[in-house]
Design a protein around this ligand. Sequence first.
Ligand code: ADP
Ligand code: MG
Length: 292
Amino acid sequence: AVPTSIMVGSGRAAELGVLFRKGDALQELRSVDMVVFDKTGTITKGQPELTDLVTAEGFTQNEVLALVAAVEGRSEHPIAEAIVRAAEEKGLAVEPATGFQATAGYGIEAEVAGRRIAVGADRFMEKLGLSVASFAEAAGRLGDEGKTPLYAAIDGKVAAAIAVTDPIKPGSAAAIAAMKEMGLTVAMVTGDNRRTAEAVARQAGIDRVVAEVLPDGKVAAIHELRAGGRKLAFVGDGINDAPALAEADIGIAVGTGTDVAIESADVVLSGGALSGVADAIAVSRATIRNIK
Ligand code: ADP
Ligand code: MG
């Protein structure tokens, strides 16, 4: 009776767009009591857009945007695409960047037209010994709106605060409400700014947030959240989610995610919708009930 129930359960899950990559995931999911989500590309669409560019005195918006876009042209971060697109839409002349360097979780740097450009989070500016104090109020406001504040430095001066916004997927809030209804604790882990993360979590209905996590810090975040013997599922899409997907009791990859994430996961949601997480757990609970 066991194999038949599992087959029926897997079939039912497949109809709901949930694929079990590893044998015992269907049995194990039923005892999960906490679901932890990555933010960018998992809860949000993963397609940010540039919304604000506030310059310091002595710099113009177009000048800063052209220089920043030149550096971002070398980056593969979703933020980079948003900035490059914004410069293209304005028809700005973007010069080549040389000596490009990315610091994961912080930001990027390069030389453009003989000037040294750095773009990234507040902690990146701090790392470079630059103060963002003059933009602190604006950045806080942008964060509270769910936007990610970034900074651009030109030749060692903070020249602008830039914001990108990455809206949550239309179904994320409903999917999370369904999980809470099932008695699950829901949390979010992200490298993004704390205030931004908290605003996005509010929109999605998530109560627990771990923000400003460095790319290699998601596994440690999972260990902390799991303290107290919880059984935890992690849901993510990115290359830097792979270790967390492997470390969680159950790793769930978003089908629109990277190959590396999918290969590290036990369960894959076809498409990007998060409703599959609650569906998968519900199918698991029902399947195991049938076996007993
Ligand atoms: P996440 O996937 O949550 O965005 P990351 O670790 O990739 O986390 O990035 C963390 C932060 O580092 C970003 O929110 C941003 O502030 C900064 N950052 C990373 N890459 C870039 C980039 N190419 N341009 C500007 N900022 C960047
Ligand atoms: Mg992501």
